[in-house]
Design a binder for this molecule. Structure first.
Ligand SMILES: [Ca+2]
Ligand SMILES: [Ca+2]
Ligand SMILES: [Ca+2]
Ligand SMILES: [Ca+2]
Length: 322
């Protein structure tokens, strides 16, 4: 028994930081995901009352797994209640053909056939003490129930969270786990979304990160953020640039700005940083998405592809031979 424990325990410690499948991940330093009920004012910081996440299970992993939701209900701890707790949130899990390959599933607005694939699990939560500040577990799931995608690196599952009634903010997190009772990452597993709706820290001196992946075909990007409440700065860093300023939205408004991709950023992740300002702003929820030069949304990965990008300095240009 003792030996068994040791052999299992060591690899988990080793991969703990590198492959953590918390969503948000420790690298992102985002306190919570958030989805408001569909009666909420947009000015609370959620433009569409819907958050779509994809989970990728590497081809080599063929054992059962679980998707766990922390604080799935809306009430008690963590959540943003407006007057009374009257919000209901649904979580629907999809797998199989069309889950990710359907174009509507990769948009930043929930329209058309975004619920593509087979519905594998559906559950809704109101204000429920039983799940307040606690985990709810979906599974066991079989990786082959996902849609296999080479581009997205494995069998893909899609979890859609929607606020179907009420005006409160449901704050929650996910974990992709090999266990139904604990958070134990799947080696090489990951999660990604094409539009984030997140809660920022209230405290000062906090930096939250999102990590869009830039594939070989991306020439330029456009970032769009909503309701950032002029809370600090939004900066882009990468292997090719450091602290590039992106436009920051005020209350209840969308703003966008562009950035030209440099050659060495292709095939790497960008690090987009929400850097809190000097003024303390609490309960700040914000939406962000990024599109390429064709207007296609790019995926943000919880565990950045290729690791957190480190700026490699200015490129030294060798003098040409005369
Ligand atoms: Ca709660
Ligand atoms: Ca309410
Ligand atoms: Ca919640
Ligand atoms: Ca906000």
């Amino acid at each position: 028994m003792r030996l068994y424990f040791i052999t299992l325990f060591i690899p988990i410690i080793l991969i703990g930081n590198t492959f953590s499948q918390g969503v948000p991940s420790p690298e992102e330093n985002i306190p919570f995901l958030v989805t408001f009920g569909n009666k909420a004012k947009k000015s609370y910081g959620d433009d569409d009352n819907c958050q779509i996440f994809f989970f990728s299970i590497p081809k080599a992993y063929n054992k059962p797994f679980y998707i766990r939701i922390f604080d799935p209900e809306t009430g008690g701890e963590n959540d943003e209640i407006v007057k009374v707790e009257d919000t209901e949130t649904t979580f629907e899990l999809f797998g199989g053909k069309g889950t990710i390959t359907e174009k509507d599933a990769r948009q930043t607005n929930p329209t058309g056939n975004y619920k593509s694939g087979n519905l594998l699990h559906s559950i809704s939560f109101k204000n429920e003490k039983e799940y307040d500040n606690k985990w709810y577990t979906i599974g066991p799931l079989d990786p082959s129930q996902g849609e296999y995608s080479e581009i997205y690196m494995g069998n893909i599952f899609k979890l859609i969270c929607e606020g179907v009634t009420g005006d409160d903010g449901n704050l929650y997190k996910y974990f992709l786990s090999t266990s139904s009772t604990e958070n134990i990452p799947i080696p090489g597993g990951n999660a990604f979304t094409f539009e984030y709706t997140i809660r920022l820290h209230s405290g000062l001196n906090q930096i939250s990160h999102v990590y869009p992946f830039i594939d070989e075909n991306v020439v330029s990007i456009k970032q769009t953020n909503f309701d950032l409440d002029n809370d600090g700065t939004l900066e882009l860093s990468s292997v090719g640039t450091k602290g590039y300023q992106l436009k920051v939205s005020g209350d209840n408004e969308f703003v966008e700005s562009e950035y030209k991709i440099v050659a060495r950023e292709k095939g790497t992740s960008l690090d987009i940083q929400f850097i809190k300002g000097k003024k303390k702003i609490s309960n700040n929820n914000v939406v962000i998405h990024i599109t390429n030069q064709y207007g296609e949304a790019l995926p943000f990965y919880a565990v950045p592809i290729g690791g957190i990008p480190k700026y490699k300095g200015l490129i030294s240009v060798k003098p040409q031979n005369k």
